[in-house]
Design a protein around this ligand. Structure first.
Ligand SMILES: NC(=O)c1ccc[n+]([C@@H]2O[C@H](COP(=O)([O-])OP(=O)(O)OC[C@H]3O[C@@H](n4cnc5c(N)ncnc54)[C@H](OP(=O)(O)O)[C@@H]3O)[C@@H](O)[C@H]2O)c1
Length: 329
């Protein structure tokens, strides 16, 4: 059965599996209407109650489709999260950009109040316009608009994207106490949920998710399947993003796929049927993760994700063996 978790210290109750409406999977961007409808209906019937979108996904298409499908199903009671992103010249007037973007997201989604809005930019010690990085100080202007928008009733909660420089993200969480944070968490890079030595080969998030959860910040897991590489296959679904840039893992998708195969023993030893199952059950095995987003390109992937989630957490023996792989990486 789908577990429901309290989202940090908020009043939101989120399902352990969240519906990713992004472009990596592509279902809610380029999918056929019938397939979207069938998937969202199945997700709801399976206990999924959180839908994660952003204005960036399909240049507004994901928000339009997500809002329309939920209205068609008459399920406007479910939780929607979206994101704002400042780019280029918009850095010159962060407040107006955020305020306009929230209004536009409300219009595209066709709702009066968004449950939670996240920043989509990375966070760093210094502002970096070309890379779209907000400094910890920049977030001050963002938060002021978020708070004003909450007071106006357009937003219920707000949060940050936990991507960028680890120390700066942690500083931002401590300074602004957002309600939620997106964090990259998977078997290739588990550092947001496990303290691993400084020698770990990829970006070390240094227990970001654990600390956030302990501080009452809701946690949203992204890249649970490393953008698809953790399926162990290079093949991409036709409507999925064809070139996926890894986040905090190897420098190429191909390398991630080959690293994923080091977890093949979980299949050979009978813990799981395949690597996608291992990845999803690995994510839901961490109590500090409130909702694990899953990117989808079709209905079957959702059905499988629900089926894997219903099998429950991985046994301790499997988790210990996974830790053994990190120890030698
Ligand atoms: N805050 C941020 O900056 C941020 C960044 C990334 C993602 N997100 C959120 O997280 C969501 C998930 O995206 P993600 O990038 O993290 O992707 P992901 O879930 O790590 O990977 C999604 C890909 O995994 C493959 N897959 C899914 N189910 C499968 C199954 N049962 N068997 C085999 N392969 C399967 C699919 O590849 P194929 O399509 O090729 O089959 C799919 O496109 C997004 O929709 C978005 O809401 C947020």
């Amino acid at each position: 059965m789908m577990r429901i978790n309290r989202f940090g210290d908020t009043e939101l109750q989120v399902s352990e599996l969240g519906f990713g409406c992004g472009a990596v999977g592509g279902l809610m961007v380029l999918g056929d209407h019938k397939e979207m409808l069938r998937a969202v209906e199945y997700a709801i019937d399976s206990g999924i109650n959180y839908f994660d979108t952003a204005r960036m996904y399909g240049d507004g298409l994901s928000e339009i489709h997500t809002g329309a499908i939920l209205r068609e199903l008459d399920r406007t009671d479910l939780l929607i999260g979206t994101k704002v992103r400042i780019a280029g010249d918009e850095f010159e007037d962060i407040s107006k950009t955020i305020s306009d973007q929230i209004d536009n997201s409300l219009r595209r989604l066709g709702i009066d109040t968004i449950d939670i809005v996240y920043t989509h930019n990375t966070i760093g010690a210094e502002r970096n316009v070309p890379s779209g990085t907000l400094s910890v100080d920049d977030l001050n202007s963002v938060v002021k608009v978020f708070e004003k928008t909450v007071a106006e009733g357009k937003l219920r909660y707000w949060g940050f994207n936990g991507l960028g420089q680890t120390n700066s993200i942690k500083e931002a969480l401590a300074q602004y106490s957002p309600s939620g944070v997106h964090t990259c968490y998977n078997m290739l890079n588990p550092t947001s949920g496990y303290k691993l030595p400084k020698t770990f080969p990829y970006q070390n998030y240094d227990g970001l998710m654990t600390a956030a959860s302990e501080d009452g910040i809701g946690t949203v897991g992204i890249r649970i399947l490393a953008g698809g590489a953790l399926s162990g296959s290079m093949e991409r679904h036709p409507i999925a993003q064809q070139n996926v840039a890894p986040i905090a893992t190897s420098s190429t998708f191909r390398e991630d796929v080959s690293r994923a195969l080091t977890f093949e023993f979980l299949v050979n030893e009978g813990f799981v049927d395949n690597l996608a199952e291992a990845s999803i059950r690995f994510a839901i095995s961490n109590d500090n993760l409130d909702t694990a987003l899953i990117g989808l390109s079709n209905f079957d992937q959702l059905k499988q994700a629900v089926n894997y989630t219903n099998k429950g957490v991985l046994p301790k023996e499997a988790l210990d063996k996974i830790s053994g792989i990190w120890a030698v990486s």
